[in-house]
Design a protein around this ligand. Structure first.
Ligand code: HEM
Length: 504
């Protein structure tokens, strides 16, 4: 070790390093290292030095360190997920085209209102298609919560980003085929990131190839409401390098967007609904807030008869949910933030492009060598007892505070503290990563999850059938193979309820 480098953790098998311990019990292992070595230390992972940071007060120092960059990390990640032939931070192609497109279209707050409108207008169809495909013959067929979320998020993502086919029947069929292949690929995508070669995962390879085929058949000129992001990404190959651009590159870009748009939104929707349904008071408070802002729904929508005597609402009330209404729903927002806190597992990895120093909030200075990785391990912050009281508990009101003048008025809590210093929820919850390059899809994801959760809670009888006790063995656990991406999926499904519209 050179002077000034963070303390190095020694491992039994140096090349494998910390991987085995992290894989078994990540939070316990990282906390034990923190107790022994402090908030910054170095672990070995797959032969690399990874400097782990754990104190949210040091986030501004990490943000300021310009030579700690995510470009190579993202480029590598994309190669592992979709294969080498892509233009996303791919040094061989010297391309910045796709990142620029992402920057402009996903990061721009200006699009949020339009996106919320698109979500609310797509949603009734998404729900109708999902339910009809599931329940066309047997009205009372049961579905688990995770399976329902998978279908809804897949349909919503396809139609919101990739546009829709003209007929509903074709849309349902397309979503069905994509779901069938995508989730086989998704379930083992973490293994690809762990650099397991795809030829050792034959089912994953088959599904990925099938996804490439399905996406290459997408004819964007004949789809309705294709998002700006996808039209630009689909056109990137052509405009960037007309002679060499291939359809192969294009479908790889489409697949990585499809993956990013679902990989975390799906588990985040599942956990949000799970916690609200598992906590009776949370459900009551969310629904009361909905009624306060949008009124009661009696006789709100027409019930229309569609085929086979099934009755589907037009759901005018869903379409009435505007961005401004969502912003006022602070209880729902608090439920979602609390979900992102308890289930968030991001590791925000960056790589040093040159030798650099990082000065922590305490004044301590660490040297980082060119080529080393840094990571902010968010789950430890999410369970920090200095920031959160009883952090192991899900408390739906944790991110709320009462108005100073009117104690009956609830508003979003904007400050927590650590070591006597103030921190905002955007630093105390790091599920979307940190800094200027944290997730550009976070606003869209929050809107999607809120609109889907409200609609299901408001209009359907969804029920877990029991209250799950955190200490019981039935309580769903996060699937640790997805540690580090954002939100881990559950290791099992829960519920299994007949999905029915609430009667008016
Ligand atoms: C709850 C949902 C989501 C979570 C928790 C999440 C989490 C994350 C995290 C942790 C990162 C890495 C950030 C960092 O290193 O600091 C990331 C990056 C990214 N996310 Fe998300 N994400 C979500 C939804 C979405 C959605 C809906 C999209 C839409 C396409 C999206 C697109 C992306 C992209 C493109 C990047 C890479 C950005 C870049 O290259 O700079 N995400 N996300």
């Amino acid at each position: 070790r050179l002077p000034g480098e963070p303390p190095l953790v020694s491992h039994w098998i140096p090349f494998v390093g910390a991987a085995l311990d992290i894989g078994k019990a990540p939070l316990d292992y990282m906390r034990s290292l923190q107790r022994r070595l402090g908030d910054v230390f170095t672990i070995k992972l797959a032969g690399w030095d990874v400097h782990v940071f754990m104190n949210p007060l040091d986030v501004p120092s990490l943000e300021r360190a310009k030579s700690i960059d995510h470009t190579q990390v993202i480029g590598q990640f994309v190669s592992q997920m979709v294969g080498d032939k892509h233009l996303i931070h791919n040094p061989a192609k010297h391309s910045e085209v796709i990142p620029k497109t992402l920057e402009k279209t996903l990061r721009s707050a200006m699009h949020l209102i339009t996106l919320c409108d698109s979500c609310t207008s797509i949603l009734p169809k998404t729900i109708e298609r999902t339910l009809k495909s599931e329940f066309s013959s047997k009205r009372k067929m049961k579905i688990g919560l995770y399976k329902l979320c998978k279908k809804l998020v897949a349909d919503m993502t396809l139609n919101l980003f990739f546009g829709s086919l003209a007929s509903d029947k074709d849309c349902s069929e397309e979503t069905r085929k994509i779901c069938e292949e995508f989730f086989v690929y998704f379930d083992s995508s973490a293994l690809l990131v762990d650099r397991i070669p795809i030829h050792l995962l034959p089912a994953t390879k088959r599904s990925r190839n099938k996804m490439f085929e399905l996406l290459s058949d997408f004819d964007f000129e004949n789809r309705e409401n294709v998002s700006k992001l996808i039209s630009q990404v689909a056109a990137v190959g052509k405009s960037h390098n007309p002679e060499n651009s291939t359809n192969e590159e294009r479908v790889r870009h489409l697949l990585i967007i499809l993956w990013s748009a679902q990989a975390n939104t799906l588990p985040a929707l599942f956990w949000t609904l799970f916690h609200i349904l598992n906590d009776k008071q949370a459900k009551v408070d969310v629904l009361q807030e909905f009624e306060k802002h949008l009124g009661k729904s009696e006789n709100f929508y027409d019930v229309t008869t569609v085929g086979e005597n099934l009755q589907w609402p037009t759901m005018d009330d869903i379409q009435r949910i505007k961005k401004g209404d969502l912003d006022k729903m602070v209880v729902l927002d608090s439920c979602l933030k609390e979900t992102l806190r308890v289930s968030g597992s991001s590791m925000a990895v960056r790589r040093a492009t040159q030798n650099t120093t990082i000065t922590l909030h305490s004044g301590k200075v660490y040297n980082i060598r060119k080529g080393d990785y840094t990571s902010y391990f968010a789950p430890v912050t999410h369970q920090d007892t200095q920031i959160y009281e009883k952090p192991e508990e899900y408390r739906h009101e944790r991110f709320l505070q009462r108005g100073e003048k009117d104690p009956n008025m609830l508003k979003s809590r904007t400050q927590f503290s650590k070591e006597g210093k103030r921190i905002s929820p955007s630093t105390s919850i790091m599920t979307f990563g940190y800094g200027a390059i944290r997730c550009p899809g976070r606003h869209i994801a929050m809107i999607e999850i809120k609109v889907l959760a409200l609609t299901l809670l408001k209009h359907f009888n969804i029920d877990l059938g029991q209250i799950y006790d955190r200490s019981s063995k039935d309580y769903p656990q996060p699937d640790l193979t997805h540690l580090g991406f954002g939100v881990m999926p559950p290791d099992r499904d829960v519920g299994s309820f007949p999905l029915q519209l609430k009667s008016l």
